[in-house]
Design a protein around this ligand. Structure first.
Ligand code: SF4
Length: 321
C-alpha cells in the first residue's frame, strides 16, 4: 500500500499570554506524534475533548503552522513552503456545519467558491451542472442551490459541507467530528454516505472523533490521543479486540452495549478526574493522574510509543516489563 500522508514527530505549541515579567508559557496541543495513512484508507483519531486531535487535523492541512516535525504528502514534504498546489487535493469537513457556511451566500455559491478559486468551474452552464450533480450526490435536490444555509437542518447543512469539500475533486479529507453535532437519527446516514463516497472516489480520510464507537466501522487504523500525545495505534480490529493502553481500555469500556446481558457482565474501567492542563506539562506519562496502574517510573519520563506486537504501537511502561 502506498502511503499518502506521513506525519513524523509533529508538534504544535500555542503561546499563552502572561504577565510580561513571567517567562512565556506554551499549550502543548500536539506533542511529538507520528502516524501514516495509506491511500484509500481511513485513520481514525480518537480522544476526549481537548486532547489535540482537531489541532492535528488543522496542522496537517497547514491551517495551523507546525512548531516542528514533518508532514509528507504523496512523497512531497509540505511542512513548509507554498500550500496552494495541495489545497485542492486536501480538504476538510468541519464539525459545526452552520458555523462553516457563510450565511450571506447561496448554497450554490458556497459549493462553487472553491471551484472558482481553483479554476475548475468552466462555463456558467458547466458550473451550474456541477453544482446540481454535487447536490444530488450528497442526497439534496438541485433546487437547494438557490437557498441559504439557515433554511436547512443540521444534517442537510453537513451534506452541503461535504458537497463543498468534494467540489474540487480532493484525494484526502480531514473529517473533523463530522457527525457529533448531528441528531443521532441522521448520524448513520452521514457515516454511510462518507463510506460510499470514499469507495466511489478513492478518498483517503483522517477521521477525527471523541467516541471510539463512531470510528469503528469506518477506520482501517485507529490512533488514541491523550493530552497531545499518541497513546496507542493499531488496526481497528486489533484495537477493539485487544486494547493495551489503560486509557484505550477505559474509553472502550464506556461504549454502551445494546444487549443488557452483555452490558451487565462487562467490566467497566472507570475514568476518574479531568484531563490535566496542557500548559507546559511536567515530564512523565500524561495519563498518570488518572491511571490506576501508575508506578513511580511513570512520573519520571514520557513513555515512548513502541511496537509491542505486529503493527500494534503503545506508549506505556506496563508493556516494557
Ligand atoms: Fe499508566 Fe504508567 Fe502506563 Fe501511563 S505509563 S498508562 S501512568 S501505567
Amino acid at each position: 500500500m502506498n502511503k499518502l500522508l506521513e506525519i513524523k514527530n509533529l508538534k504544535k505549541y500555542f503561546p499563552v499570554k502572561s504577565n510580561w515579567l513571567e517567562p512565556m508559557r506554551f499549550v502543548h496541543a500536539v506533542d511529538d506524534i507520528s502516524f501514516s495513512i495509506n491511500k484509500g484508507e481511513t485513520f481514525g483519531l480518537v480522544g476526549e475533548s481537548g486532547c489535540g486531535k482537531t489541532t492535528v487535523g488543522r496542522t496537517v492541512l497547514r491551517l495551523y503552522e507546525p512548531t516542528s516535525g514533518s508532514i509528507v504528502y504523496d512523497g512531497n514534504d509540505i511542512t513548509k513552503g507554498d500550500m496552494l498546489p495541495y489545497r485542492r487535493k486536501m480538504q476538510i469537513i468541519f464539525q459545526d456545519p452552520y458555523a462553516s457556511l457563510d450565511p450571506r451566500m447561496t448554497v450554490g455559491d458556497i459549493i462553487a467558491e472553491a471551484m472558482d478559486i481553483h479554476r475548475l468551474s468552466g462555463t456558467r452552464t458547466e458550473r451550474d451542472e456541477k453544482i446540481h450533480d454535487l447536490l444530488t450526490l450528497v442526497g439534496l435536490s438541485p433546487e437547494h442551490g438557490c437557498r441559504y444555509p439557515h433554511e436547512f437542518s443540521g444534517g442537510q447543512r453537513q451534506r452541503i459541507g461535504i458537497a463543498r469539500a468534494l467540489a474540487v475533486r480532493p484525494e484526502f479529507i480531514v473529517c473533523d467530528e463530522p457527525i457529533s453535532a448531528l441528531d443521532v437519527s441522521i448520524q448513520a446516514q452521514v457515516m454511510n454516505m462518507l463510506e460510499d463516497l470514499q469507495r466511489d472516489f478513492q478518498l483517503t480520510y483522517l477521521f477525527i472523533a471523541h467516541d471510539l464507537a463512531v470510528v469503528k466501522h469506518i477506520s482501517t487504523n485507529v490512533g488514541v490521543m491523550y493530552l497531545g500525545k499518541m497513546m496507542e495505534i493499531t488496526n481497528t480490529e486489533e484495537l477493539y479486540k485487544s486494547p493495551l493502553h489503560p486509557y484505550t481500555q477505559a474509553l472502550l469500556s464506556a461504549i454502551p452495549v445494546p444487549d443488557p446481558k452483555i452490558s451487565r457482565s462487562r467490566k467497566r474501567v472507570p475514568l476518574e478526574g479531568d484531563v490535566p492542563s496542557p500548559i507546559d506539562p511536567p515530564p512523565g506519562c500524561r495519563f498518570r493522574q488518572r491511571c490506576k496502574y501508575a508506578m513511580p517510573v511513570c512520573s519520571e519520563a514520557d513513555p515512548v510509543l513502541k511496537e509491542v506486537g505486529p503493527g500494534h504501537w503503545c506508549a506505556c511502561y506496563l508493556l516494557e516489563k
